[in-house]
Design a protein around this ligand. Structure first.
Ligand code: ADP
Ligand code: MG
Length: 356
C-alpha cells in the first residue's frame, strides 16, 4: 500500500472525515484535493487553532498501544481547545512514519476516529511523509468560540480562587511506575467544562495542565501580570487542598506508605500529561462551579487563591518578582521550595544519559 492508499483506507474513508463538520459537500471540501475548503464560520463565531506534535521517544515509545496513541494525538489538541472554552470543529493530521504497517495504522486510526466522532470533529486533511529516524504525529485542531469570548490565560484577578478539574499526579507517577497507566495513555480533554465555564462566564482565566500544575500556574501569573500593570499578583496554593484531588494511583501509593502525603502532593503539583484544567474564578462563582461539578460528574477542587503581592497573608515581604506562587504544606506553613522542586516538563532537556 502506498501513501495514497493509506490515506484513502484509514483516513479519507473513516467516519471522522465523512461527517464534514456539519458542512454541505458542495460548499466544503475535506480530504482529497490539494487543500481543504472549509465551510464559512458560523456568524458571530471565531476560529480557534492549536497544533501539537507527539514525537517518538520523546512523548511516546515505539511499542505504545497505537489505538491509545491515535486517541492521545487528538486529545492533547482537544485539551487546548477545552482550555480556550472552544467547541471542536475540524482537524488535520500529519504523519511522519518509517513505513506503512497496516495493523498499526488500523489501530491508530481507530483511536483517533473514535475521539473525533465523540466530539463531532471532522478530519479535513493532512500530510504523510516517510522518515528514517523518529516517527511523529502532528494534529492541528480548529474550534469555534463566540467572538471575543475565548477563555484566556491573562485574566487572573486578586481575590480569585484557583480550581483544578479531575485528579492530578497519576501522569508523573505513571511515567515512573506504570508506563501503561490509563491517565498517561487515554487523557480525557475537559471540553464540557471549558465550554460551560465560558458560557456561564464563571472563569477569569484558564489553562490546561500539560507540563504540570506549578508550571501552568506560572504561565497564568506571567500572562496576567503583564496586564495587571504595577500591582503584583501572588498565587497561594495549599497542599492540604491539593491532597483532595490526588490521582487514584498516587493515592494508592500513599495508602501503601510508599511515599508520604506531602511528597505525593508535590508530585501532583509537577505532574505533566494530566490534561486537566486549571482555572481562576471569583469567590462569588463558587456555588455555580460546585453545581457544574455535579452536573458534569467531574471533581472540581479549589486549591488556593490569588492576592495582591503586598497583601501576603503570612506577612512575608514582597519579592522582586511581581508575580509569584507561594505553596503551603499540609501543616499550613509556607514551604520554601527550590524552583526544581516544582519544575514541570522541560521540552529541551536532553534525554537521560545524554546530558551535556
Ligand atoms: P499534496 O501533495 O498536494 O500536498 P497529498 O498527496 O499530500 O497532497 O495529500 C492528498 C490529500 O490527502 C490531501 O487532501 C491531504 O489533505 C490528504 N492527506 C494526506 N495525508 C493525510 C493524513 N495523514 N491524514 C488525513 N489526510 C491526509
Ligand atoms: Mg503533501
Amino acid at each position: 500500500m502506498d501513501e495514497f492508499g493509506l490515506i484513502q483506507v484509514y483516513f479519507a474513508g473513516a467516519p471522522a472525515a465523512q461527517q464534514g463538520c456539519g458542512l454541505d459537500h458542495r460548499q466544503a471540501l475535506g480530504i482529497g484535493d490539494d487543500a481543504a475548503v472549509l465551510a464559512p464560520i458560523p456568524q458571530g463565531q471565531q476560529l480557534v487553532v492549536t497544533t501539537d506534535s507527539l514525537v517518538e521517544n520523546r512523548h511516546y515509545l515505539a511499542d505504545v498501544d497505537p489505538t491509545a496513541l491515535g486517541h492521545k494525538a487528538l486529545a492533547v489538541s482537544l485539551s487546548d481547545l477545552a482550555a480556550m472554552g472552544a467547541k471542536p470543529w475540524a482537524f488535520t493530521l500529519n504523519l511522519h512514519l518509517r513505513g506503512i504497517r497496516k495493523p498499526w495504522l488500523e489501530a491508530f486510526s481507530k483511536g483517533l476516529n473514535a475521539l473525533a466522532l465523540e466530539h463531532g470533529m471532522s478530519l479535513v486533511g493532512g500530510d504523510t511523509v516517510s522518515v528514517q529516524a523518529e516517527e511523529a504525529v502532528v494534529v492541528t485542531a480548529m474550534g469555534l468560540v463566540p467572538l471575543g469570548q475565548a477563555l484566556l490565560r491573562d485574566g487572573l484577578q486578586p481575590g480569585d480562587e484557583l480550581w483544578v478539574s479531575g485528579s492530578l499526579g497519576d501522569g508523573v507517577y505513571a511515567l515512573k511506575h506504570k508506563p501503561r497507566a490509563k491517565k498517561l495513555l487515554w487523557p480525557q480533554p475537559r471540553l464540557a467544562l471549558g465550554q460551560a465555564l465560558r458560557e456561564q462566564q464563571l472563569a477569569h482565566a484558564a489553562i490546561d495542565i500539560s507540563d504540570g500544575l506549578a508550571s501552568e500556574l506560572g504561565h497564568l501569573l506571567e500572562r496576567s501580570q503583564a496586564r495587571a500593570r504595577g500591582t503584583g499578583l501572588t498565587a497561594h496554593v495549599h497542599l492540604q487542598s491539593l491532597s483532595q484531588c490526588l490521582g487514584p494511583e498516587l493515592q494508592a501509593a500513599v495508602n501503601r506508605n510508599e511515599l508520604d502525603l506531602q511528597q505525593a502532593c508535590l508530585l501532583a503539583a509537577r505532574s505533566g500529561d494530566e490534561y486537566e484544567l486549571l482555572f481562576a474564578a471569583p469567590l462569588a462563582a463558587r456555588p455555580a462551579i460546585e453545581a457544574l461539578a455535579l452536573q458534569l460528574d467531574l471533581r472540581l477542587t479549589p486549591i488556593g487563591r490569588v492576592d495582591l503581592t503586598n497583601a501576603c497573608p503570612t506577612g512575608q515581604p514582597a519579592s522582586n518578582d511581581m508575580a509569584q506562587s507561594r505553596w503551603y504544606g499540609l501543616d499550613g506553613h509556607p514551604l520554601s521550595l527550590s524552583q526544581d522542586a516544582l519544575a514541570g516538563f522541560n521540552h529541551f532537556q536532553p534525554p537521560a544519559g545524554q546530558e551535556t
